[in-house]
Design a protein around this ligand. Sequence first.
Ligand SMILES: [Zn+2]
Ligand SMILES: [Zn+2]
Length: 368
Amino acid sequence: MICRKCNSPGTLIIRKEYCYCDECFIFMINHKFRACLGKNKTLSANEKILICLSGDACSTVLLDLVYNAISLNNHKKLRVVPYVLYIIETVADNEKISNSIIEQCKSYGFPLTITNINEYNKNFFSNKEETESQNSYNSKSILSNVTSSIHRDVMMKIKQNIFLKISKELDCNTVFTAETTTSLATKLLSNIVIGRGSQIENDIGFADKRDRDTRILRPLRDITNEEIEHYIQIKEIKPAKAMHNKLNETSLQSVIKNFVMDLQENYPATISTICKTADKIGSITNNINKKKCVVCQSNLDNNDLNLTAVDATVFSRKVSLRQSGESKYNEDSQNIEENNLMFPFIYQSLCYCCSRNMSELGNNKIKQ
Ligand SMILES: [Zn+2]
Ligand SMILES: [Zn+2]
């Protein structure tokens, strides 16, 4: 066991292959982070950035990497002004977690904003029953009847909208999220399965540029969860939340996550290959003057003349709902762009996946 950089005794092995000592490993991860931001050359000097912290190992490491990079005294110094956002999502995100996050931010000297996701649900959902009680906007009750796959997807979109909203309030034009190679590989495969295949470029790439004013950047995209785990061990960082590698729930996303975690363990090189595939899937459409989905800001330009899977689903539903004795179905009356039960507002104000989420949400509609 010899460190591949300095030939002193190694302490850890990455991807079952590469041996490092503690010092060279920490240096390598900091370099990867800095290089990812450097090669994309998107930050201007003294730019305000909003770091979205979930309290898990990845986002805690992101804080540490930003701190190290702005503390440098050479030409590699990262010239940004960091702000931190923490969103309280569940009752389990109790005081203990919040306090540990407050302590972490205090020790780095980063200003912290804490907000509760339930406050934003009111802006996101309109409840048909118009009950104004706080409880009716609790994400748990709103999403209680939908499948866990849709639950996860809707929660992710709500959080993304909160990132953008708070960044505007704080006058930050750039948001940092802590997605790693491992989590992006999971997201890429999940996107394809749940019907967000056309959104891969913005959902998995280095930069999400769907919002006109604010970019979401993913500076950990070249770092794997395996490396994150070594980093927190060596630096004795205590994340507020434990990293759950394998999930027991039954959503599509968690099945895919378990699959990716198995890959990471047994075929470690494949994870980064999955992510590199995403870089090759670019869209040829430009973002200017395109109609956008009101929930996820993706372009709504899929509605060309070719028949799509959505048309096929709507058609078969129409046929199967036909009353006996009805001589012919009114083909003109139900155009796909009209609001139909199965895909409400599809291509008008919602993309395929957000439209399907909406039909599953029942009384709690996504606001238009
Ligand atoms: Zn070394
Ligand atoms: Zn959408």
